[in-house]
Write a protein that binds this ligand. Structure first.
Ligand code: AGP
Length: 614
């Protein structure tokens, strides 16, 4: 949550910082600000709302800002205090000489604030961050050294933070530090970048150093020095970054979400290559570091995740239990961390996260790790904090996902679960070998099937147009597609703000049916297989209450025409693989409805791509 950027070099900093913030808008976007060293002072510029408002503010100050070669910037997702100009970062100490931007939460800010007020500091904002500005300024008054002041101040801070700090008395220097929040330094030619994430600077350099917790980096245009919290020098571990900046372009699509939905066939091909070549060979998952013996001895699996990743985990449970006969529990990370969970060294704990930075999941993973369980992380970010906690790391390689609504990363997580389930079943011998061969050949056909759906997306667009005026939406499904109903509903509510809910179809009659009338759209995920007839009966019950019925189906049964007002047909597929096929039209329905309603598809209100606060 929140994004920070910093630049020091010989170029004009303002455009570099603004551009960097634009790339980080997925982390938050309710207000923004930058601080630049201009002539004799550090000037701060802030605005509420999208980044374009900050650009507008700065357009009135071009003369004073253009010469600045050093600065820091922030894009905010409010936690403490409303999104106002006063609460926007950078925050300053009382004399204005010290400026700070922060991502994270200072948990002991109230106690710090009391102490600082007693020392005469005057607080202007409602944020936790302002305490950092005053605290570091106090330490600076004692040390006259910004790096030392930061080292001393962070010893008193509890919580999570990535910080970038400048002081007017050390005008060529940027000091940055972090704990439990991401921060990376980009290395250019006589210039350095600091950011919460690499898209902020990838177009300038692909050389970078990731800061570890409690390290403090002191950066000038000629040097980067990293020290631990006690001031000991840390050797630089320079990495070549994997992302291409072209991945950040919309490539002609109106929104990133639509582009990312269209990337899904290639995302699947990408994950399968190297792991599943042909249906006749076993799945190769060298990333799983459990020995075959310990894998066979596993007595339970726990999967922890949030949001869309949680829905992928629910499908993972279904398939692993079916293929491997190991009991699997799935739990929202935010619940897992506040109860006594039972794990031992025969428990495999799987954390699923697109970003690899979600605070709830990260905390849950650390908790499970401390109890001796093997930790397997499924993530799209092999460079993330969660990846660093992993004993086994399954990188889903979906490419950078910019839209706040997760789409291609979800498909990639599902494919990873299918691969894992087949891999374990092949080692355990827990599923018929012929069945698995057929299953693998069906998996290899999935990209083409999604391409077929995308080629006929006008039908889905028409459906979205027809139902875009609704205030509520119900999705029903059973079995392995119940999480599909949840995910379809989550997509719709996230980006259109329509009240959408997913139900197990059999639960409809236990309460939700009371809501049905001729204004309520009910979408049945009706895939052929085990529970097809059951969902059909549940759909009949909804039709009998005059609901506006929509079917998403791979059935060609003529009688569906009498039951449903709108039918979206998808290609035929093995029932256990059908969540990969059925989610695509639901992503598109959500997208087109939001688009018809004129919503901000890629950056929906109140949300952020990476939720780094608990
Ligand atoms: C997905 O569309 C959401 N934006 C959100 O639910 C997300 O899946 C959740 O915050 C978890 O994020 P993660 O996968 O990065 O951990």
């Amino acid at each position: 949550m929140c994004g920070i950027v910093g630049y020091v070099g010989s170029k004009s900093a303002v455009e570099i910082l603004l551009d960097g913030l634009e790339q980080l808008e997925y982390r938050g976007y309710d207000s923004s600000g930058i601080a630049l060293k201009c002539n004799d002072s550090i000037n701060v510029y802030k605005a509420v709302g999208k980044l374009k408002n900050l650009r507008e503010v700065l357009s009135n100050h071009t003369q004073e800002v253009n010469g600045a070669n050093i600065g820091i910037g922030h894009i905010r997702w409010a936690t403490h205090g409303a999104p106002t100009v006063v609460n926007a970062h950078p925050h300053t100490c009382n004399c204005g000489n010290l400026v700070v931007v922060h991502n994270g939460i200072i948990e002991n800010y109230k106690e710090l604030k009391e102490k600082l007020e007693a020392l005469g500091c005057e607080f202007r904002s409602q944020t936790d961050t302002e305490t950092v500005a005053h605290l570091v300024a106090q330490k600076y008054a004692q040390t006259k050294d910004l790096t030392k002041a930061v080292q001393l101040a962070t010893k008193e801070i509890e919580g999570a933070y990535a910080l970038a700090i400048m002081h007017n008395d050390e005008p060529d220097k940027l000091v940055i530090t972090k704990r439990n929040a991401p921060l990376v330094v980009g290395i250019g030619e006589k210039e350095y970048y600091a950011a919460s994430d690499i898209p902020a600077f990838i177009k300038h350099t692909n050389k970078a150093v990731y800061l570890s917790d409690n390290q403090v980096a002191t950066i000038t245009k000629d040097s980067l020095v990293i020290e631990d919290e006690n001031g000991n020098n840390v050797p630089l571990k320079i990495e070549q970054l994997p992302w291409e900046s072209v991945a950040l372009s919309k490539m002609g699509y109106k929104h990133f979400m639509l582009k990312e939905i269209h990337e899904q066939p290639d995302v699947i091909r990408n994950i399968l290559s190297g792991k599943l070549h042909t249906s006749l060979a076993p799945v190769e998952l060298a990333e799983v570091m459990l020995t075959k013996e310990s894998l066979k001895e596993l007595n339970r699996i726990q999967i922890i995740a949030c949001g869309t990743s949680l829905h992928a985990a629910m499908i993972g449970k279904y398939i692993i239990e079916d293929f491997c006969s190991i009991p699997v529990d799935v739990e929202a990370s935010s619940e897992y961390i506040y109860r006594k969970t039972v794990t031992d060294d025969k428990t495999l704990v799987i954390g699923v996260s697109q970003s690899g930075e979600t605070a709830d999941t990260l905390t849950a993973i650390k908790q499970a790790k401390s109890r001796g369980s093997h930790i397997l992380i499924i993530t799209n970010r092999p460079d993330s904090a969660m990846a660093r906690e992993a004993d086994s790391l399954l990188s889903v390689n979906a490419g950078i996902e910019v839209s706040v609504a997760a789409t291609k990363s979800y498909i990639a997580q599902l494919i990873s679960f299918y691969l894992l389930a087949v891999y374990m079943a092949e080692i355990k011998g827990s599923k018929d070998a012929n069945y698995l061969t057929k299953f693998k050949s069906d998996m290899l056909l999935l990209p083409q099937k999604i391409e077929e759906i995308l080629a006929h997306k006008e039908v889905i667009q028409n459906c979205a147009r027809k139902y875009s005026g609704t205030r509520d939406f119900i999705y029903i499904a059973r079995g392995i597609n119940y999480p599909t109903a949840l995910e379809g509903a989550l997509k719709l509510k996230e980006i259109s703000y329509i009240n959408a809910t997913g139900y197990p179809a059999g639960e409809l009659k236990h309460g939700p049916i009371a809501m049905l009338d001729d204004t309520m759209p009910v979408l049945s995920v009706l895939m052929k297989g085990n529970v097809y007839e059951k969902i059909l009966s549940n759909s009949e019950e909804a039709r009998a209450r005059n609901a506006r019925m929509i079917a998403l189906t791979n059935s060609t049964d003529e009688k569906l025409n009498d039951l449903f007002d709108f039918i979206i047909k998808v290609p035929d597929v093995n029932e256990l693989l059908s969540p990969i096929i059925s989610i695509v039209p639901l992503q598109l329905i959500a997208y087109y409805i939001a688009e018809f309603l004129g919503k901000d598809v890629d950056q929906p209100r109140n949300l952020a791509k990476s939720v780094t606060v608990e």
